[in-house]
Design a protein. Structure first.
Length: 512
């Protein structure tokens, strides 16, 4: 696969992803609004809490998905279909075991669900609702393994399109349901049916594009399985740390503050999660791009690619995080009312998490593509442990802002510097201080922009939709102008734009 084709695939994935996400944003927003008006903040918090609890059970996957995807890069580049078929079939067997394990673990946790929920009024059939969430989580592993080839081959847009079509139908059905019955049971059952349908659609798309997946043979030998398990073992520590870091906030919020607070936070999560999803769409193919480079061209071009991706990550995630800091609360006030608005300290903690997470994009993509699982695995466990300790400590002092701020602080103290350090020494073979200097510049620009927003917001209050639209345009223009002023003349900015312009023009002339 040539360099222009790699980049074209990445841009194609981004374009399709953005279009799908725009439609999902509209239908998800409609479904969320209908849910809040029908069932209120308590059920909203309960739904978010259950989703978080079940995300913890994804540990049963043990990192095999990422390990297999990493192992697929070379056979795809070499056209080794028997090995591809063997890897995918082996992942399928593993995922069937994972699905069963998730179901059993979920059942084992059922007696303790009431201890995690803190609501003023008791919710009837609480355990039954939880078990349906367990079924949805377990069902998500059915047929999903065949999507691994699409992802490793930079065909993310195929899976996104299939899943977006199904999820849009789910959201529309939920709006109708809330308008007619206000049934929380129906809400969950619609999602369960949607999960099963989405997996079937992805399986059909994968088999249609790669007919050799239907064939027999291609069993993995003992050496290949040993390598796969070695990578999975290294990824397991990363997986544990990642889940403990990203999927515990709602649990801590529910236990320390209350389940209703989880619902308030989830509205902001919808907003910043949408921004992060859009940004992730732009960078989602990086693992495959790096993997193909590493498999076919080695390390020579990875430094230049890393620098450009780091700059693009700052430009996109930094832009999104600053705009969120400026706009989120005004949007929630106009949408749901003042009672659903969080304080400014909590909003800043949310936006800081968005920025810090986004700035890890180049290191994360490079780690997954070059196999640096073992060198970085322990830092994720350290981050998770630090996060749990800081969340409890700061949560008791500053409440919701303390819990969310602890997540960002734990990342800054560990992952934010350690992963780039390892990549600099092991792959780029250069001192870390060059990357550290760029990280410091990007961080200072973000904090400076947030400071300006904080100062300006003291003198302005948005009360109408028209004023909010004007605020959005002014904020976006101001941040874009600031980024251009600070970095527009740098070499990395010029290289990044020069790389993207011709590819984007060619892509827009081609059918997807």
């Amino acid at each position: 696969m040539g360099g222009s084709e790699r980049t074209a695939n990445a841009v194609r994935n981004a374009v399709v992803g953005v279009v799908c996400q725009l439609t999902l944003l509209a239908t998800s927003f409609a479904a969320r609004t209908a849910f809040i008006r029908a069932l209120g903040a308590d059920y909203l918090g309960l739904s978010s809490l259950f989703t978080n609890v079940l995300s913890l059970l994804s540990l049963a996957e043990l990192g095999f998905g990422s390990a297999v995807t990493y192992s697929l890069y070379r056979p795809i580049a070499e056209g080794d279909t028997p090995r591809l078929r063997g890897l995918v079939r082996y992942l399928g067997r593993i995922y069937r075991v994972v699905g069963l394990t998730v179901a059993l673990l979920g059942l084992a946790l059922a007696p303790f669900v009431h201890n995690l929920v803190r609501l003023e009024e008791e919710v009837p059939h609480l355990t039954g609702y939880y078990l349906l969430y367990v079924a949805d989580c377990a069902c998500s592993y059915l047929f999903a393994y065949k999507a691994a080839v699409l992802e490793a081959d930079q065909k993310h847009y195929v899976t996104r399109l299939a899943r977006a079509l199904v999820q849009n139908a789910v959201n529309i059905a939920r709006v109708v349901l809330m308008a007619r019955t206000r049934s929380y049971l129906g809400w969950i059952l619609i999602q369960l049916a949607g999960t099963f349908a989405a997996n079937l659609a992805v399986r059909w798309a994968a088999v249609r594009r790669y007919p050799y997946l239907r064939g027999r043979g291609g069993e993995l030998d003992a050496a290949a399985k040993g390598e796969l398990f070695a990578n999975a073992r290294a990824l397991l520590i990363y997986k544990i740390g990642s889940v403990a870091l990203n999927q515990t906030d709602n649990l801590l919020i529910s236990v320390l503050i209350g389940t209703a607070a989880v619902g308030l936070y989830s509205n902001y999560f919808l907003l910043f999660g949408t921004v992060v999803t859009f940004a992730d769409l732009l960078f989602s193919s990086l693992g495959a791009v790096y993997g193909n480079l590493y498999a076919t061209e080695g390390r020579a071009r990875m430094r230049e690619g890393y620098d450009m991706i780091a700059f693009a990550s700052f430009a996109v995630y930094g832009f999104g995080a600053v705009c969120l800091f400026c706009l989120q609360s005004d949007f929630v006030r106009l949408w749901l009312g003042q009672n659903y608005v969080l304080d400014e300290g909590t909003v800043f903690a949310i936006c800081l998490n968005v920025f810090v997470t986004g700035m890890r994009t180049p290191s994360g993509a490079a780690r997954n593509a070059t196999g640096l699982f073992r060198e970085t695995r322990y830092v994720f466990a350290a981050t998770a442990l630090l996060n749990l300790g800081l969340s409890v400590l700061l949560g008791k002092v500053w409440g919701l802002a303390g819990i969310l701020g602890a997540t960002a602080l734990s990342r800054l103290l560990t992952q934010a510097w350690y992963e780039p350090y390892v990549f600099s020494r092991k792959v780029l073979r250069e001192p870390y201080r060059r990357l550290l200097a760029w990280q410091a510049r990007y961080g200072a620009a973000f904090l400076g922009a947030c400071g300006v927003v904080h100062w300006v917001k003291r003198f302005a209050r948005v009360e109408t939709v028209g004023a909010f639209v004007l605020e959005t345009l002014l904020c976006a223009a101001a941040v874009a102008a600031l980024w251009t002023l600070l970095f527009g003349r740098t070499e990395v900015c010029r290289r990044t734009l020069a790389q993207l312009r011709p590819i984007a023009r060619r892509l827009l002339k081609k059918p997807l």
